[in-house]
Structure formats: structure tokens, C-alpha cells
Design a protein around this ligand. Structure first.
Ligand code: SF4
Ligand code: SF4
Ligand code: FES
Length: 491
């Protein structure tokens, strides 16, 4: 563990740590373009130059190992001058795009220019080397070669993380540019990370570009519910609209996000979003829909059943457990879901497409209930004649429903989720609009936090369950998601 000083402060660096990492330990920030903690070191941008005592030239902090007794300066006049020169060099051919560039507000060139340079360019606009602009590459990205600073983060990401190696640097010197390798297309499952990685506005997301200036966005830390990995994310939103999801890097689960997970926010604002109930195929206000559902349940009170869902939070599953125990007073309930857990592509995407199989398991451990096999058998045998569940969970009992014709009452966020067998559908607020607890495949409890408000009249699932119970003649006394957990003994 080498001991050294950085800007006069002593630090004991980890074995093999670079100067940039040792400085980070002290809270000293060294500017960088090509360095990324999860990619190999390429040391090409020179933005991280620092001065090391008894060394004649400045050295790159990202590629120089910290050594015993080193005395490093990150703030000397020599270092400041080098930063100004590197920026001048990088900006020689950079277009004057800031007013129309989607990266404005979170751009490494803008930020470092303001902080370390403010130098006027000595190169007239007419002498700039021009490159190709606005090339749609792959389903999710647009590349503007003129804005690129050739840090090669995008190239290294494709060769080291996705191992799909679609990109390369073509040509030489100031004619160099990033391009697709012949015969390749940029359609790997993680391509949108490239837009995050690119320190400037060269790669931008086709989905997000020009939708909102980044300084208008508010950030809500939450969790992706696209699969059992449960990646930590930030939802960026403004005026009740979610604009994008970005990763919240963490040591336990994720640095990146998959492209499908990034798009999960679309369901919140989709055209088929449910704000009313659906009976058979007709839209109907929530209260009459609840009354109708409750009437159908009452008709078959002794043969009504509840199926939980691995797509719902622990709290909403707990509300369903209480509906079964306190309102229906039935043993016909089931929280028994099993799915193979684990990363299926070596990066992030889980074998289990549901976000809360483990959380539903906790409700099962606390409340008991039937096995899924027994639950399905009772439907097929017509001992269960009405099933209340979440729309996607109905797939677990599809065959039994088909065989018996049991009546299905589901909770759904979007119309596309409604299974064809559903008799009644009740809308509920998505987990971008209401909080909930989920347990990922590693057994980590993660909290979905509301970023936006649900449409008027659309309530969290536990509140819809509460109303359904009232229409069936019982009060569960649920005033919050946490209330649903009362009386349930989680071990
Ligand atoms: S496109 Fe962006 S990430 Fe790729 S080399 Fe250029 S600046 Fe770096
Ligand atoms: S891997 Fe799963 S949890 Fe992570 S971003 Fe993709 S869908 Fe979401
Ligand atoms: S960050 Fe060190 S050379 Fe680019």
C-alpha cells in the first residue's frame, strides 16, 4: 500500500491504484475524458495530466500507478496550463453546436472549458475539419462525428462490455472518426449506455434527444422493474412526464442498464394507459367497475380466490393476501412463484423477467397459501370459480382458466397487459407513480419511488384492493402501502 502526497495531503493508496484513483480517495477531482472506472485504461485524451515531483514531464493520472513517496500536484500552474492546451487542442475542430446540442448542460467539453480554460480559439471557423453529422446508427442512437473527442470509450464499451465490437476508429490524425465496422450494426442489448458514456454530444439517444433540456429535469432515485436483476436507476422527469431512465451505478448490481429496461418508463405515458375500468371489452368508470367486480365475487363467495403476482410490490401482494384472509375469508390464495434466477447474458439481464419473485416468496413465507399447482388444479376442477390477480400473473393459470371458464378479475396498468380471459379489469398506479418494495435476485430489498403523479382517479393497487374489499362488505383499513403489511409476520 504505497504512501504518497497529493496536493500536500497524505494518502495511502490501494496496491495497483492509479494517481487518479488515489486522488479520488482524497476527494481531489482530476478531469478526464477517456478514463472510465469500468473500462480498460487507454490514456489517450491527456486531460488528466498531473505533475509528479522529480519527473520532467507531466504524467497521465489515469495510467500512472501510485508509488511510495510520490509527491503529486494536480493544481500547479504547469498542470493548469496543460489542461488549457489540451482543451484548445480538442476544440480546434469542434463545431459551434452548443445551442442545438442535446448534451448541453451535461457536456464534458462545456464543463471543463468553463472550469479550466476560457481560452479563445486561435483557429477560424472556416479552417475546421468537418465530419459527418446526425447519423442514425442502430435502433437507439445517433452519432455526430464532428463533436467526438476520440476518447474511445464507446469503442471500448462495445469490445469489453458487450463484446460485440461494432465500433472502431477510422483514418488517422485530425481525420480520425468513429465508425461502424463493416457488416455490423449497433443493435446490442446495451447500446444506450454509449450515450451515457460519451463525454460529449457525439452519441445521443434517439428516444431522448430534443425532448427536454437537461437542466429542467428532476431526478428521482428508484429501481428498474424490467427483470429480477432490479438495477438501480434514476428517473428523469419534468411536469409530470418521465423523459428518461439512467443508471445509478452501485457495487452490488449495476453500472449499466439494458436498453429494454431503459424503455420501461414508456408504459407510464403510453396511449393505452388505463384510467378507467374495463368490463368485458367496454371502458367504464372505476366505481361501477369495482361494484361489478364485487358483485361477481359475491355471487361465488365460497369459490373466489386470490393469486398474488411477482410483478407487484411486497406491499401490494400483502394487500392481496389480506383481501383473501379478511374479506373473502378463503384458503384459496397463492403466492407460490418460482422462476430460475440469475444473469442470463453475462451482463445484467435476468433469466426471470419478473421483478419480485423473491418478494412474493416473502409474502408466501409469512401468509402460507396453496402451491401454484394446487391452485391451478382447483381452478380446473371448478372448485375456484372467480380469480382476482394482477394482469401478467394470469399467465401462470392460463391453461386452468381455459379448461374451467372461471371468471377472471385483473388489475392492470396498460390495456396491452389485459389477458383475453379477463372479465373485469381495474386500473392501478404504476411504480413510477407510487412507492413499493421489491426484492431482487440477490435478495436485496429495493424501493421504487414515485417520480410522477398518476392520472386523477388512478390509485395504487393496495387502495383499489381496499375499495374492492369495501364493496364486498369488509374494511381492510388501508390508508397507505405500509398499512397492508400490518398483521403480516415477515420472518
Ligand atoms: S463518440 Fe463519444 S465516446 Fe466515442 S470516442 Fe467520440 S467522444 Fe468518445
Ligand atoms: S437488466 Fe433488468 S433490471 Fe436491469 S435495466 Fe435491464 S430490465 Fe431493468
Ligand atoms: S483520462 Fe487520462 S488520458 Fe484520458
Amino acid at each position: 500500500m504505497p504512501k504518497l502526497t497529493i496536493d500536500g495531503k497524505a494518502v495511502e493508496a490501494a496496491k495497483g491504484a492509479t494517481l487518479l484513483e488515489a486522488a479520488q480517495q482524497l476527494g481531489v477531482y482530476i478531469p478526464r475524458y477517456c478514463y472510465h472506472p469500468k473500462l480498460s485504461v487507454s490514456g489517450n485524451c491527456r486531460m488528466c495530466l498531473v505533475e509528479v515531483e522529480k519527473t520532467s514531464k507531466l504524467v497521465t493520472a489515469c495510467s500512472t500507478e501510485a508509488a511510495e513517496g510520490m509527491s503529486v500536484r494536480t493544481d500547479s500552474e504547469k498542470v493548469k496550463a496543460a489542461r488549457r492546451d489540451v482543451l484548445e487542442f480538442l476544440l480546434i475542430n469542434h463545431p459551434l453546436d452548443c445551442p442545438i446540442c442535446d448534451q448541453a448542460g451535461e457536456c464534458g467539453l462545456q464543463d471543463y472549458y468553463m472550469e479550466y480554460s476560457l481560452k479563445k480559439s486561435r483557429f477560424p471557423q472556416g479552417d475546421k475539419v468537418t465530419r459527418q453529422k446526425r447519423r442514425a446508427l442502430g435502433p437507439h442512437l445517433v452519432l455526430d462525428n464532428e463533436r467526438c473527442v476520440l476518447c474511445t470509450r464507446c469503442v471500448r464499451f462495445c469490445s469489453e462490455v458487450t463484446k460485440t465490437s461494432e465500433l472502431e476508429v477510422m483514418e488517422r490524425a485530425d481525420h480520425s472518426f468513429i465508425d461502424l465496422k463493416e457488416g455490423k450494426s449497433l443493435d446490442n442489448d446495451y447500446s444506450l449506455n454509449i450515450a451515457d458514456l460519451c463525454p460529449v454530444g457525439a452519441w445521443t439517444s434517439r428516444d431522448f434527444r430534443f425532448k427536454s433540456r437537461v437542466w429542467f429535469l428532476k431526478k428521482t432515485p428508484t429501481v428498474c422493474l424490467g427483470c429480477a436483476t432490479g438495477c438501480l436507476i434514476e428517473a428523469h422527469h419534468n411536469e409530470n412526464t418521465v423523459y428518461r431512465l439512467v443508471p445509478r451505478p452501485n457495487a452490488e448490481t449495476n453500472t449499466w442498464l439494458c436498453d429494454r429496461g431503459r424503455m420501461t418508463y414508456k408504459a407510464v405515458q403510453a396511449g393505452d394507459r388505463l384510467a378507467k375500468g374495463v368490463i368485458k371489452n367496454g371502458l367504464i368508470d372505476l366505481e361501477p367497475a369495482l361494484r361489478e367486480a364485487a358483485t361477481r365475487i359475491d355471487e361465488q363467495h365460497a369459490a373466489a380466490a386470490v393469486l398474488g403476482s411477482p410483478w407487484l410490490s411486497i406491499e401490494d401482494n400483502a394487500a392481496l393476501a389480506r383481501l383473501a384472509a379478511e374479506a373473502l375469508k378463503t384458503e384459496n390464495f397463492c403466492f407460490d412463484f418460482s422462476a430460475e434466477q440469475g444473469i442470463k447474458d453475462g451482463i445484467l439481464v435476468n433469466k426471470d423477467p419478473a421483478p419480485n419473485t423473491a418478494g412474493a416468496g416473502l409474502v408466501k413465507a409469512a401468509c402460507g397459501g396453496l402451491s401454484l399447482e394446487e391452485f391451478s388444479r382447483r381452478i380446473a376442477d371448478k372448485r375456484i370459480k372467480v380469480v382476482i390477480t394482477e394482469a401478467r400473473a394470469a399467465a401462470f393459470i392460463k391453461d386452468a382458466l381455459k379448461a374451467s371458464g372461471a371468471r377472471l378479475i385483473v388489475f392492470a396498468v396498460n390495456r396491452a397487459e389485459i389477458p383475453p380471459e379477463a372479465y373485469a379489469t381495474l386500473p392501478y398506479a404504476s411504480y413510477f407513480e407510487t412507492p413499493g418494495t421489491f426484492v431482487n435476485y440477490q435478495g436485496l430489498k429495493r424501493r421504487a419511488e414515485p417520480a410522477v403523479e398518476a392520472k386523477e382517479g388512478v390509485k395504487p393497487l393496495w387502495a383499489v384492493v381496499n375499495k374492492l374489499a369495501v364493496y364486498s362488505g369488509t374494511s381492510l383499513r388501508l390508508d397507505s402501502a405500509e398499512d397492508a403489511l400490518k398483521g403480516i409476520n415477515f420472518r
